[in-house]
Design a protein. Structure first.
Length: 239
């Protein structure tokens, strides 16, 4: 530990010059001793000291306010339902992966949603798996009657092996995350979404499936076997 040497209690700047009792002391501020009371006398009995006290009070209040605001912001973040925010961002990732293409269910253009092949209501566990989410027009996504059409469109575009893989995802074990963990997953998804948006590309069939697999793995929500589908292995000579 650094040894503190005693020095005479004596003011060292323009505000404290001429002040101090001269007694040796270890603990000084502006040259004035704290244990001998000279520094306290300076704060209470001089204009410069009172000004210093006022500044310290203002700085203290400012620090308290900043901490209070920080705490309030953190509390607001804790109150957010991050599982729903994660779903929004994953759906947005899917829309960007499938950008420029028509609705799988109705083969129409327009506003696209992230349509779940197996609906969220009965399959909460796989609601975040990108292989279970594909482009579907806003109009089509409103009707559960179009779920069959979405699956038919999926088979036409990617093949029956891929549809069988998606069907097998329903065997995925239940997932259990705290709200804080969902927040961390949402932050991961937003970084990925930004990268996809910045690339501003129209992806080939194989790229769309491979990217779904890669992003599933990056997010780390599911076991590997429920994340990956080797599209090229099942579809030879495809782009």
């Amino acid at each position: 530990m650094l040894k503190v040497n005693e020095k005479p209690c004596k003011g060292v700047n323009s505000d404290t010059k001429g002040l101090g009792c001269g007694k040796p002391t270890k603990y000084r501020v502006l040259g004035l001793g704290k244990t001998c009371g000279c520094y306290s006398d300076f704060l209470i009995n001089t204009e410069a000291g009172k000004l210093r006290l006022k500044k310290a009070e203002i700085n203290g209040k400012s620090k308290v306010q900043k901490e209070k605001k920080k705490k309030t912001r953190e509390e607001r973040l804790q109150d957010i339902n991050w599982s729903e925010n994660l779903q929004v961002d994953i759906n947005s990732i899917v829309r960007n992966l499938d950008k420029g293409l028509t609705c799988l269910a109705r083969n129409i253009r327009g506003q696209m949603h992230g349509g779940h092949v197996y609906a969220r209501g009965g399959n909460q566990t796989i609601r975040y798996n990108l292989h279970n989410i594909h482009r579907q027009s806003a109009h089509s996504n409103r009707y559960q009657n179009d779920d069959g059409l979405l699956r038919e469109g999926l088979v036409k575009e990617y093949g029956s092996d891929y549809m069988q893989f998606i069907s097998s995802l329903r065997q995925t074990p239940s997932i259990h995350f705290s709200n804080k963990e969902f927040r961390e997953l949402t932050n991961k998804a937003r970084v990925i979404l930004k990268e996809i948006k910045n690339s501003n590309r129209v992806y080939s069939k194989s790229e769309r499936i491979e990217l779904r697999s890669r992003i599933n793995l990056e997010l780390g929500i599911y076991q590997r076997r429920f994340c990956e589908f080797e599209y090229k292995k099942h579809n030879q000579n495809v782009a």
